[in-house]
Design a protein around this ligand. Structure first.
Ligand code: FES
Length: 134
């Protein structure tokens, strides 16, 4: 960010044809290159891989990568598809502390990833069109 001391600002204003009064917009401060525009972009959104969770037997101490982008062909686990299809989304890596059967989210809208929290029952998920499989 460009920061100027008041004396330097008045000098700039006079140099740009301003009178140094606060009411006059100094032309030099309107040069776009001095104030680069930050473009806002929408973060990538996951696609709905399934409208229900996947029951999975998890092993204690084993490392898993839950697909967070929805593009994996190995649901609910990551197959690396995010690198090309959704570069801004990374898989959620987790290691269970005990052997258990868990319901891993397939809709990718859960608020407690990687586990299903029932969000898939919402209308937005149930009425969504699933991506077509090749
Ligand atoms: S499958 Fe995503 S919240 Fe249940």
């Amino acid at each position: 960010m460009l920061r100027l001391r008041p004396a330097a600002l008045v000098t700039l204003m006079r140099g740009a044809g301003g009178e140094g009064r606060l009411g006059d917009p100094p032309a030099v401060l309107l040069i776009p290159s001095l104030f680069p525009v930050r473009r806002c972009s929408t973060p990538p959104q996951p696609v709905i891989a399934a409208k229900q969770p996947f029951p999975v037997e998890l092993k204690a101490g084993k490392k898993y990568g839950w697909c967070a982008c929805g593009h994996s062909k190995n649901q609910p686990f990551c197959d690396g598809a995010h690198k090309k299809a959704a570069p801004g989304i990374s898989p959620l890596r987790f290691t269970p502390e005990e052997d258990k059967v868990a319901w891993l989210c397939g809709c990718k809208r859960t608020r407690s990833p990687p586990y299903c929290d029932g969000t898939h029952k919402e209308e937005a998920v149930q009425s969504a069109q699933l991506p077509t499989q090749p």
